[in-house]
Design a binder for this molecule. Structure first.
Ligand SMILES: CC1=[NH+][C@H]2[C@@H](O1)O[C@H](CO)[C@@H](O)[C@@H]2O
Length: 500
C-alpha cells in the first residue's frame, strides 16, 4: 500500500507539519476513544470505526476516552484544539504511539476524520478486508475552512434519483468536507417531495421525468431519512422548490394554479422558461405557504431555496410582486431565503440573512451587487466554472455545453472570494457545484461528472487562497485516483491530471 503523505491532502489544509521519520501503525487491538459525555463525538467515532473495520478486519471498539494522556489508538476529543480551528476546523496529531484529533465541535472532528482517511493507505477505503499495514505519516495538521458554505446540488427533478443514490452522493461529497447538499426537488418535469396538503404534486406531478420515464418522489419519511443520513455526515440539506418559473409539474397537478384554470400536460422535454405560477391569484400564495411550511417542518437546516431562475413567462413586475410575497412566507417558517441570483432584482425586497446563488457567466452582475448592497450573502456557482453537468470536452458522452466545456483546470482556476467585481470576499458565503440532470440518469453518470471536478470546487471552498496552485492541486488530485478506484467511483481520467 503506497504510503500517504501530509502533502497529498484534498482539500489542502491551512497547515501541515510532517514529523520526519515518525509513522503511526494501527495495531489490530487499537481502540477508538471519544470525548467523554459527548454522544455526537461517539457518533463520529462509530462512523470512523465502521470505515476502518471493513478494510482492516480489526474490532476497533469505540469507548469514552480515558482522562489524561490519550491512549494508543485513535482519539477524537473536544478539548485542547488550537483555537484557530473555530467551529468547523480540527487539529490532528500523529505520533508513533497515537492518533489524536481535537476540535471544538463534533463537526470539526468529522472533518478531521476525512483528513485521517486520506493519510491512511488507499486500501483503507476497501469494503473488504485487506492485509495492511495501516500506517499514518507522523506530524501535525491544523486546519479550518475559508468559507462556511461548501455545497453540492443534485437536480432530482429532471431525472429522479432514489434515496440510496442521494445517500451515496452524500458519502462522496463528505470525503472532501462539503457541508451542504442542495436538492432541486421540483421543476417542469417533476415534483419530487410529498406535500400532504397537495397530494397530487407527488402522485401526479412526480409520475414522469425527462424522456418520459416513471419519475418518482420522496415520501416524507424518505426525505427525513436523507436529512438524518446527511446530518450524521455533517451535511445540511437545502431543499429547493423552484418558483415562479420551472413549475409545469405543479401547474399540471392543480388546474387552479394556472391563470386560465386549465392544467397543462406533464412535460418530459428539456426546454426552460415556459411556465409560471399565476402570480395574480390568492390561491398561488396559499399554495406556496402550504408547501413551504411542510418543507420547513422537516428541514432542520437554515435555508429554503425558492429558485427564481428563468421566469421568462412571468413579467418583471409580476416576478417582483411574487417574490416580495413569497420571501416573508419563507422567513415566517423560521428559515432564511436562498434563491438563484435573479431574486436580487432591485424591485424585489430583501429579507434578512438572504443568500443569492450566482450562476451567471460574467464576472460582474448588477442583480448580485444590488442584493449584496441590501445585506445578502452570495454562494458562488458560476455556470462556466462550477456547473458539473457541463461536458468536460466535446467527447464527453453525457452532460450539457451551454456554459462551455469545463475540464478540471477550468473548475479549479478561479477565486470565489474575488470573482465578482463589486462583491467583497466578506459577502461570499461559499461555493456550490450544481449537477443538473437533463442527461444524467444513473449513479455512474453522477460520479463520472462529479469526479474529479467536485473535489476541485470543494478545495476552493475550504482551502486558503495562499495554497491555490494548479500544479500542486493536480498532483494531489492524481493521488486521489487509487482511492476512488477502490471505492468504485468511475471517475473521468482527465488528461490534465497525473493519475498515480
Ligand atoms: C439556475 C439554472 N437554471 C437552468 C440553468 O441553471 O442551467 C441548467 C443546466 O445547466 C438548467 O437545468 C437550469 O434549469
Amino acid at each position: 500500500a503506497a504510503a500517504a503523505s501530509l502533502s497529498d491532502l484534498v482539500p489542502a489544509p491551512v497547515s501541515a507539519q510532517p514529523a520526519a521519520g515518525t509513522t503511526y501503525t494501527l495495531p489490530s487491538g487499537a481502540g477508538v476513544f471519544t470525548e467523554p459525555g459527548s454522544a455526537p463525538a461517539a457518533g463520529v467515532g462509530a462512523y470512523l470505526a465502521g470505515i476502518l473495520r471493513r478494510s482492516t478486519g480489526y474490532a476497533l471498539p469505540v469507548s469514552a476516552a480515558p482522562a489524561g494522556t490519550p491512549a494508543s489508538g485513535i482519539s477524537l476529543l473536544l478539548t485542547g484544539a488550537d483555537p484557530t480551528v473555530g467551529a468547523q476546523g480540527y487539529q490532528l496529531d500523529v505520533t508513533a504511539g497515537a492518533v489524536v484529533i481535537r476540535a471544538q465541535t463534533p463537526g470539526g472532528l468529522f472533518n478531521g476524520v476525512q483528513t485521517l482517511r486520506q493519510l491512511l493507505p488507499a486500501e483503507i477505503e476497501s469494503a473488504t478486508v485487506r492485509p495492511g499495514p495501516w500506517t499514518v505519516p507522523g506530524g501535525r495538521v491544523v486546519d479550518y475552512p475559508r468559507f462556511a458554505y461548501r455545497g453540492a446540488m443534485l437536480d432530482v427533478a429532471r431525472h429522479f434519483h432514489p434515496p440510496a443514490t442521494v445517500k451515496q452522493y452524500i458519502d462522496r461529497i463528505a470525503l472532501y468536507k462539503v457541508n451542504y447538499l442542495h436538492l432541486h426537488l421540483s421543476d417542469d418535469q417533476g415534483w419530487r417531495i410529498v406535500v400532504d396538503a397537495y397530494p397530487r404534486l407527488a402522485t401526479y406531478g412526480g409520475s414522469t421525468q425527462v424522456g418520459g420515464g416513471a419519475g418518482g418522489y420522496y415520501t416524507k419519511a424518505q426525505y427525513q431519512d436523507i436529512v438524518a443520513y446527511a446530518a450524521q455526515r455533517y451535511v445540511t440539506i437545502v431543499p429547493e422548490i423552484d418558483m415562479p418559473g420551472h413549475t409545469n409539474a405543479a401547474l399540471a397537478s392543480y388546474a387552479d394554479l394556472n391563470c386560465d384554470g386549465v392544467a397543462p400536460s406533464l412535460y418530459t422535454g428539456t426546454a426552460v422558461g415556459f411556465s409560471s405560477l399565476c402570480t395574480s391569484k390568492e390561491a398561488t400564495y396559499t399554495f406556496v405557504a402550504g408547501v413551504l411550511s411542510e418543507l420547513a417542518a422537516m428541514t432542520p437546516g437554515p435555508y429554503l431555496h425558492v429558485g427564481g431562475d428563468e421566469a421568462s413567462a412571468t413579467s418583471a413586475s409580476q416576478y417582483a410582486t411574487f417574490m416580495n410575497r413569497v420571501q416573508p412566507l419563507v422567513t415566517a417558517t423560521g428559515k432564511s431565503v436562498m434563491g438563484w441570483h435573479q431574486i436580487g432584482a432591485s424591485a424585489v425586497q430583501h429579507s434578512a440573512g438572504r443568500v443569492v446563488q450566482y450562476w451567471g457567466l460574467t464576472t460582474s452582475d448588477s442583480l448580485v451587487t444590488s442584493a449584496v448592497s441590501r445585506g445578502a450573502k452570495v454562494v458562488m456557482s458560476p455556470a462556466n466554472k462550477a456547473y458539473i453537468d457541463m461536458k468536460y470536452n466535446a467527447q464527453t458522452p453525457i452532460g450539457l455545453s451551454w456554459a462551455g466545456y469545463i475540464e478540471v483546470q477550468t473548475a479549479y482556476e478561479w477565486n470565489p472570494g474575488t470573482y465578482l467585481s463589486g462583491v467583497p470576499a466578506s459577502a461570499v458565503l461559499g461555493v456550490e457545484a450544481p449537477m443538473w440532470t437533463e442527461t444524467i440518469v444513473t449513479e455512474d453518470d453522477i460520479e463520472y461528472m462529479a469526479f474529479p471536478r467536485l473535489p476541485a470546487i470543494a478545495e476552493l471552498g475550504w482551502s486558503p487562497w495562499t495554497t491555490h496552485s494548479w500544479d500542486a492541486f493536480r498532483a494531489r488530485l492524481g493521488a486521489q485516483g487509487p482511492r476512488w478506484t477502490i471505492m468504485g467511483i468511475g471517475f473521468y481520467r482527465s488528461p490534465q491530471v497525473p493519475w498515480s
